[in-house]
Write a protein that binds this ligand. Structure first.
Ligand code: NDP
Length: 247
């Protein structure tokens, strides 16, 4: 499996799953541009880590929830790295609360970042991909979007929306050589999960047949496979990486 000569954009590449994906794509030979929200120091660190793997790296501070910034971010990556072959829509946030306590702002922040972010970046990237008649878009959804999780009406809605978006876009662009897939992680060891209550984590572990939390690298390897030509006949699919949590 080689991504040599390909250029990737990963949104939210400074931490957790996004960082692991950026590094895995680089390890397989892709030049990698990645975006982030605030953490400039962390972005420099990841940029250095990618370059050490012998490929080009480009960190871009850009809010996926902002349509114009996303367009600029994609255009900038194309200008600096020459083309775009892979887009991984990974950036995401949570604002967990039961609906009764959820503000309109909690709802909008999650929908704007997680779902509109996928629209904003895909819209900018899909045109050059269609023109070159090749490309792969991989959207990071969640098991929460498949089964719904209490306390996550905003997050589950955004992640279910990503699944619909993935299938609809896959059908639109397949004949132009562009594949669109989604990966649904379960419970993965990142800052997002570390912020959760230990009692909640223990309850979740009981629901995972493999009996453990997953690693960001285990998600990243599936993304790299979907990005590669080894997955050339796979489009419109959602692959769960969840230790068997949802089957
Ligand atoms: P983290 O919170 O660890 O990292 C989030 C990343 O997204 C950071 O790089 C952050 O940048 C960036 N980011 C946040 N908001 C924006 C924005 N508006 N514009 C651009 N970048 C942004 O998240 P995880 O690694 O845990 O999650 C990654 C993805 O995987 C998300 O889509 C999440 O929903 C999904 N997922 C995670 C699971 C888990 O168990 N962890 C389970 C299922 C799905 P900065 O560092 O600058 O803040």
């Amino acid at each position: 499996m080689s991504l040599k000569g390909k250029v990737a954009i990963v949104t939210g590449g400074t931490r957790g799953i996004g960082r692991a994906i950026a590094l895995e794509l680089a390890r397989n030979g892709a030049d990698v541009a990645f975006s982030y929200a605030k953490n400039v120091e962390k972005a420099k660190e990841v940029e250095g880590e990618i370059k050490k793997l012998g490929v080009k790296a480009l960190a871009m501070q850009s809010d996926v929830a902002n349509f114009n910034q996303s367009k600029e971010m994609v255009n900038n990556a194309i200008k600096e790295l020459g083309r775009i072959d892979l887009l991984v829509n990974n950036a995401g946030i949570t604002r967990d609360k039961i609906l009764m306590m959820m503000s309109e702002e909690d709802w909008k922040a999650v929908i704007d970042t997680n779902l509109s972010g996928v629209f904003n970046c895909s819209k900018a990237a899909v045109v050059p991909m269609m023109k070159q008649r090749s490309g792969s878009i991989i959207n990071i959804t969640s098991v929460s979007g498949l089964v719904g999780m209490a306390g996550q009406t905003n997050y589950s809605s955004s992640k279910a929306g990503i699944i619909g978006f993935t299938k609809a876009l896959a059908k639109e662009v397949a004949r132009r050589g562009v594949r669109v897939n989604a990966v649904a992680p379960g419970f993965i060891e990142t800052e997002m999960v570390q912020a959760l209550d230990q009692k909640y984590i223990d309850e979740m572990l009981k629901l995972i047949p493999l009996g453990r939390v997953g690693k960001a690298e285990e998600v990243a390897r599936v993304v790299a496979f979907l990005a590669s030509d080894d997955a050339s006949y796979i489009t419109g699919h959602v692959i769960n990486v969840d230790g068997g949590m949802v089957m």
